[in-house]
Design a protein around this ligand. Structure first.
Ligand SMILES: Nc1ncnc2c1ncn2[C@@H]1O[C@H](COP(=O)(O)OP(=O)(O)OP(=O)(O)O)[C@@H](O)[C@H]1O
Ligand SMILES: CC(=O)N[C@H]1[C@@H]2OC[C@@H](O2)[C@@H](O)[C@@H]1O[C@H](C)C(=O)O
Length: 380
């Protein structure tokens, strides 16, 4: 790849992300032309009610076991509607909290909730209705960011790399290779190297980030996640179990590559006590990230980390122990680790409206650089 595109008219957009952790909906405001980022934030997050999380989990299992997108999935329509209404609430909360005029927002980038992701079948599924969200907010909506990618032979994920590249342009250490790591439910990394106005990228999902630890914590402590990694910090990693998890052929596969939330499970940890299981899972996340470096075209000068895993002290400590270069939360660069993915979907919406590419052979494996997203204008 070379440049991110020519500069253009700047737009204001709100990005909405409800990720694989299912813990809440993030909404972030940005001003950008889809090439460079003029203003980041404000942003908010609203929690996903427990009952809704349970329904998502049920529908996720049904969708994962479905044989095609045409299989009838009980509760899918009502869940999709409920998720859309909650996203409208997230937009409203952002607007009212920061006294923003909805008429000043050009568009919303709406990721939706992934219920299954099967790149090997050319199939990825995000639920939520773009038209309903446009009608509820009165703001144009762009959603369905991943379908066109898959139509062009891509993995459908990760899509945030182009935003990572835009953020790193004009930052300090401009011309060194750097990595941006997202520690959400699943972890994904973008390797970025700018040379003048030309950028080289490589991106892929490295393995689980918090999803398995969350499942483990839920089962063993009743908590939604292992706060600060305290449970894991008290445990001892079982190397045999860790080696078994790392034996998956996924880690040697050359990128581009992507994962579904449940491609790895906690089943091989059965029998471990709560603390040892938690410790082993954190080391699994870390080891997968360490091994991801073998795919980098060249080693990086620094890592910048975003996503909820930034708050897991044990995870960050062990990452720093195993990777010998600087590892900082993206906040050290003046960005926001909690809202960066939502910002990315605002940025992608602006690019979509300008017909600029969202996906590249080096990020998702599309046959060529392609745009994506579907536009909905409010009808009421
Ligand atoms: N204080 C904390 N200590 C430990 N873990 C935390 C803390 N705060 C957040 N997390 C973890 O971060 C997760 C949420 O991360 P994030 O919001 O980035 O995920 P996501 O956007 O749903 O995922 P994805 O990027 O895969 O779509 C929580 O489920 C939890 O596991
Ligand atoms: C299919 C899907 O929703 N994938 C997510 C998930 O969560 C993290 C990782 O797996 C990443 O590949 C992707 O999300 C980010 C936003 C992306 O597309 O860049």
């Amino acid at each position: 790849m070379s440049s991110l595109g020519e500069s253009g008219e700047r737009k204001t957009a709100i990005g909405l992300m409800s990720g694989t952790s299912m813990d809440g909906i993030d909404a972030a405001y940005i001003v950008s032309d889809g090439v460079s980022v003029e203003k980041i934030g404000p942003s908010i997050s609203i929690p996903m009610p427990e009952a809704l999380q349970d329904t998502i989990r049920t529908v996720m299992n049904r969708a994962t076991n479905a044989t095609s997108r045409n299989d009838p999935i009980p509760d899918l329509e009502s869940l999709s509607h409920e998720i859309t209404v909650l996203h409208a609430k997230a937009v409203q909360t952002l607007l009212t909290t920061y006294d923003l005029d909805p008429r000043s927002i050009d568009m919303i980038g709406f990721h939706g909730q992934t219920i299954t992701h099967k790149p090997e079948k050319g199939w990825t599924w995000q639920i939520g209705c773009g038209q309903t969200l446009a009608n509820l907010t009165g703001i144009p909506v762009i959603n369905d960011f991943r379908s066109n990618d898959m139509k062009h032979g891509g993995e459908g994920a990760p899509l945030v790399p182009v935003y990572h590249a835009a953020l790193l342009k004009n930052s300090k250490d401009d011309e060194k290779a750097r990595a941006i790591l997202n520690l959400g439910g699943v972890a994904n990394v973008t390797w970025v190297k700018w040379t003048g106005n030309s950028v080289d990228l490589l991106a892929f999902d490295t393995g689980p980030a918090n999803a398995l630890s969350n499942d483990w914590a839920r089962e063993h402590t009743g908590q939604r996640y292992d706060k600060d990694g305290n449970l894991a910090a008290q445990g001892t990693t079982h190397e045999d179990v860790l080696m078994g998890l790392m034996a998956s052929p996924y880690f040697d596969e050359h990128p581009p590559k992507s994962l579904d939330r449940d491609d790895f499970t906690i089943s091989s940890l059965r029998g471990l006590n709560a603390t040892d299981g938690a410790s082993t899972l954190i080391d699994f996340t870390v080891e997968a990230i360490v091994s991801a470096q073998s795919h980098f075209p060249e080693s990086v000068a620094a890592w910048y980390v975003c996503g909820g895993g930034v708050h897991n002290r044990t995870m960050m400590r062990r990452l720093r122990k195993h990777i010998p270069v600087m590892i900082d939360p993206v906040d050290a660069m003046g960005w926001n680790s909690d809202s960066l993915e939502a910002e990315a979907f605002a940025f992608l919406a602006i690019r979509s409206q300008r017909n600029l590419p969202l996906s590249f052979p080096e990020t998702t494996g599309t046959s060529e650089a392609v745009t994506g997203g579907v536009y909905y204008s409010p009808l009421t």
